[in-house]
Design a protein around this ligand. Sequence first.
Ligand code: MG
Length: 452
Amino acid sequence: MKRLFGTFGVRRLANEVLNPEFASKLAAAYGTVIQGKIAVGGDPRTTTPMIKHAVIAGLLSSGCDVTDLGILPTPAVQYAVRNYYDGGIIITASHNPPQYNGIKFVDEDGIGIHDEMEIKIEDMFFNDNPKRVGWDEIGEVTVNVRIIEEYQEEVLKRLDLDSIKKANLKVVVDCGSGAACFTAPYLFRKLGCDVLSLNCQPDGFFPGRDPEPIKDNLTELIEVVKATGANLGLAHDGDADRTICIDENGEFVLGDKTFALVEKQMLKENGGGLVVTTVATSTAIYDVAEENNGEVIATAVGDLLVARKLKEEDGLFGGEENGGLIFPDFVYGRDAALSAAKIIEIMAKEDKPLSELVSELPVYYSEKMKIKCPDDLKKEVMDNIAEEIANDPRGYELDTTDGVKIFTEDGWVIIRPSGTEPIFRCFSESDSQDKATEMAQWGISLVEKYLK
Ligand code: MG
């Protein structure tokens, strides 16, 4: 059967594929499975109100009650669902361009739903048979505007506020006109930071920058950090579940580095613990764990797999190489607000600039490459590569948790088909940049070989 869902929800061109009819039917199918009180929220995209109203109609039609949480970060919805609701729907296309939108479904713990539930929903969607209740069983709609405030209060509870306030750090925050506009600048002011805001007006056209917080999109933030002598620059993606840092010299800090930095702090504070990440993350995460009484489990790529593993294993902390960090005692998903606040706390408590904190971490060099591959060829290409590598006379150590990760004497490279786009991704890591680049190119060449 055709699949609708990617790694986390459904993402499409808004009002072309993802139009109100599509959204409403999909939500009715989800409502049929959950049958309870559902929270709905979304990002500031131009098409979010249209899709949200369609989603609400579908949920009501299937007999669910709905609470509209308004425009807010994805993790704030996940927080609310875990504490107050039976399920949740988030209207967002995260870091994708403005013409896209998406629907993310979470379970009662606020974790992205399981494959089996997705398949059930898809089946009802394609067979056109979600439950439609009678006129006297239609659910109710209420509004809850308190969550944004409560979510920030919960972040504050998890920090050493005295130390942070004393440090009086100057922070530039670039919300990219996304959902973080409603939380980030307010939160950092509550931490006693001197806050300069950039792109902090919510706007679905994303006029200031592209919603993806990659280096090329953050030139303005980098300039402002340098020009104002700020201690830190922070950037969020469109739905505010990822945080990217710029250090006091205007240098872009890779997600792997902030992950390792916060991991070190979490393990120190808690005297060790279980850390969950994906197979695509840096060896630095293992090194830091080893030095600080921690243990690491790696899942396939996908933040909801990390979140689910953290819940199952009662883990301490988790994250991904892209700057998405998970604090399972707060939200079972990537959370940008606590990530950013935690980094500010580390700078304050250690009384060191970010560049110095980063320089104390284990050093590895990485490379990320991608290559186009039609979805229907992905499996065949992947199988061929896996077979070739398994039979290679050099006898590589392999990890096939997700795609194939090949360990060589120079480091490792992982080759895997993307769950959301018609591409293969090749990430590599080594003790020199040249070797890392060479290994990623080797991965790309293997995909090319079997694409022909
Ligand atoms: Mg996101």
